[in-house]
Design a protein around this ligand. Structure first.
Ligand code: NYM
Length: 212
């Protein structure tokens, strides 16, 4: 492989933390500075599996809790060939949610351990950087009414936040916590700097395997 690989950069956080806005701004900023960059998001609702997930989230269908967890994971695995291909082509991928959301949301349901939830995602391409947009769930709720999709309640989001805190104790993942309570531009500045640093570091290293 002659060309330098792209970096896999993930943004995580509870709903309303501003992930999607920041992903778009980061892709734009990287492109403007002459770097190849593309955005991806999970769930990717456009695939067959993604459509099942979307219908579940919109409460148009019911799925058993383990089953939907595995579908979210399968929705990431089905994108792995594309992820690897883009990274090898030198394209930096900015990803809106990844396996961490998968684990945080399912393990917020009763009876699901972190360990069980992590298993299906073990071995996914490992992000070079995971930025957690930290926003206390009360502030997130103040950003306006939650939507009508599944999981969009303050109580559930508080538990999700606790699960993210547990996941962030794992030092095998390159977590960076970003204070998301500031203005869009302030948050963006931090995200851009951290991303530029990791892009330079990652280009000479192979892509790792998550949680392995
Ligand atoms: N979600 C997202 C999960 O429950 N498991 C996952 O693996 C992923 C990636 O889907 N409330 C949840 C978190 C969100 C919802 O996300 C849809 P978005 O970013 O609103 O489309």
């Amino acid at each position: 492989m002659s060309c330098r690989r792209g970096a896999l950069i993930v943004l995580e956080g509870v709903d309303r933390a501003g992930k999607t806005t920041q992903c778009h701004k980061l892709v734009q900023a990287l492109q403007q500075s002459g770097r190849a960059a593309e955005m991806m998001r999970f769930p990717d609702r456009t695939t067959k599996i993604g459509k099942l997930i979307s219908s579940y989230l919109e409460k148009k269908s019911n799925l058993e809790d383990h089953t939907v967890h595995l579908l979210f994971s399968a929705n990431r695995w089905e994108m792995v060939p594309l992820i690897k291909q883009k990274l090898e082509q030198g394209i930096n991928l900015v990803v809106d949610r990844y396996a961490f959301s998968g684990v945080a949301f399912t393990s917020a349901k009763p009876g699901f351990s972190l360990e069980w939830c992590m298993n299906p995602d073990v071995g996914l391409p490992k992000p070079d950087l995971v930025m957690f947009l930290q926003l206390n769930p009360n502030m997130a709720a103040n950003r306006g009414e939650y939507g009508i999709e599944r999981y969009e309640t303050s109580a559930f989001q508080r538990t999700v936040h606790q699960r993210f805190e547990q996941l962030m104790q794992d030092s095998s993942v390159n977590w960076k916590v970003i204070d998301a309570a500031r203005t869009i531009e302030e948050v963006h500045k931090d995200i851009k700097l951290l991303s530029e640093d990791i892009i330079s570091l990652a280009e000479n290293q192979p892509v790792g395997e998550l949680w392995r």
